[in-house]
Design a protein around this ligand. Structure first.
Ligand code: FMN
Ligand code: SF4
Ligand code: SF4
Length: 336
């Protein structure tokens, strides 16, 4: 079995995350999708394991990374999908990555949504992935190994990842780095820009129509000469602040045993991140939508929690979870 760590990593956190996961499985080779010329084989066998990671850009897979991934050919190749995002949201990134790889005959073993420092607004998720994230990633890897054995014994269902089809529209962001006075025209950024948006003969210029604001040039410039407009950056930060207030946890979605799925509702162990999501959402649901008096609300809440401990219902999809709560709530009503 050959293990491949494949990543599109403009500022390094996708690479760090994917390599860390790959390490848990053994020695691995790397394929960097940021490089304009890739010289490694693009055909993978049934025995290979690919860990493929992309950052979420506006809740989608960056188009240039998708183009390169489409050049790969699998042969029912086992794959772990990884989406790295800056603590806002990754919306349709995982589902788009999964759809693309399934079409190329890759088999999704598990999908990880990992939080990392925001590559434009570094104050968000600053310093992540941190030690806690790495501990989570290594326990996900252990569980994936167990699931790999189970898959052989039992016909596990495909991984259900969050996201919607059609995918959300990607709105290009108006944050384009420019060269400042400290630039000495060394040409490194022009050589490495993944979309060729900086002319080699004049690296002080940026082609705004090509630039995808990936921040690779800002990250690698030895003279720290490439910068964003501070005013636009401050406006964008203020806009984003609300949606990144709560620190999100790195999350993993696994293949499920058919016996764990009832009418599209997946039963998760209380220790799983999905179960935590369920509890949070359920409490919000009760607070916002319960038309009950406070005392009755308390009875229902206690009774529901007792039942939750028994049934441990949760869903990998919020909408399905919301429907499930309504069903459970109705059920509680008739019980009281
Ligand atoms: C153009 C662009 C768009 C982004 N969009 C999102 C987003 O929609 N949601 C989010 O949580 N983070 C977003 N981020 C943050 C990145 O997903 C995150 O910082 C990731 O770690 C970057 O990967 P890298 O370190 O490999 O470059 C965006 C970053 C860039 C540069
Ligand atoms: S890497 Fe920095 S110094 Fe070199 S050309 Fe680009 S902006 Fe100028
Ligand atoms: S010019 Fe734009 S696309 Fe090219 S490396 Fe810089 S931010 Fe990325």
């Amino acid at each position: 079995m050959s293990i491949y760590a494949i990543y599109f990593n403009p500022t390094g956190r996708t690479e760090k995350t994917v390599k860390f996961i790959a390490e848990q499985f053994g020695d691995y080779q790397t394929i960097n999708l940021c490089e304009r010329t890739m010289n490694l084989t693009n055909d993978f066998s049934k025995e290979d394991l690919c860990i493929i990671g992309v950052p979420s850009f506006g809740g989608r897979v960056p188009a240039i990374a998708l183009e390169k991934i489409k050049e790969f050919n699998g042969t029912k190749t086992n794959t772990i999908l990884v989406v790295v995002y800056g603590n806002r949201a990754y919306e349709d990134t995982l589902i788009e990555l999964e759809d693309t790889l399934v079409k190329k005959d890759f088999t999704c073993l598990a999908a990880i949504a990992a939080v990392a420092e925001h590559s434009i607004m570094h104050q968000f998720a600053n310093g992540r992935p941190d030690q806690n994230d790495l501990t989570d990633l290594s326990s996900f890897a252990k569980k994936i190994k167990e699931k790999m054995k189970e898959t052989v014994k039992e016909n596990l269902l495909p991984v259900q990842v969050p996201g919607n089809r059609p995918y959300r529209e990607y709105d290009k962001i108006p944050l384009i780095p420019h060269a400042t006075k400290s630039c000495n025209s060394c040409g490194l950024c022009a050589k490495e820009c993944p979309v060729n948006a900086i002319p080699t003969d004049n690296p002080k210029v940026t082609d705004k129509s090509k630039c995808i604001s990936c921040m690779h040039c800002v990250n690698i410039c030895p003279r720290h000469a490439r910068k964003l407009n501070p005013l636009l950056l401050s406006v964008a930060s203020k806009k984003l602040k609300k949606s990144v207030l709560i620190e999100k946890k790195t999350n993993c979605f696994y293949k499920q045993s058919p016996s764990n799925v009832i009418e599209g509702i997946t039963i998760h162990k209380p220790s799983s991140p999905q179960f935590f999501d369920f509890q949070v959402l359920f409490s919000i649901y009760l607070i916002l939508f319960s038309p009950l008096s406070p005392s009755l609300y308390c009875i229902i809440k206690t009774s529901t929690q007792a039942r939750l401990a028994r049934f441990r219902f949760a869903s990998s999809r919020y909408r399905a979870a919301h429907d499930a709560y309504k069903k459970i709530l109705r059920y509680k009503f008739t019980c009281i």
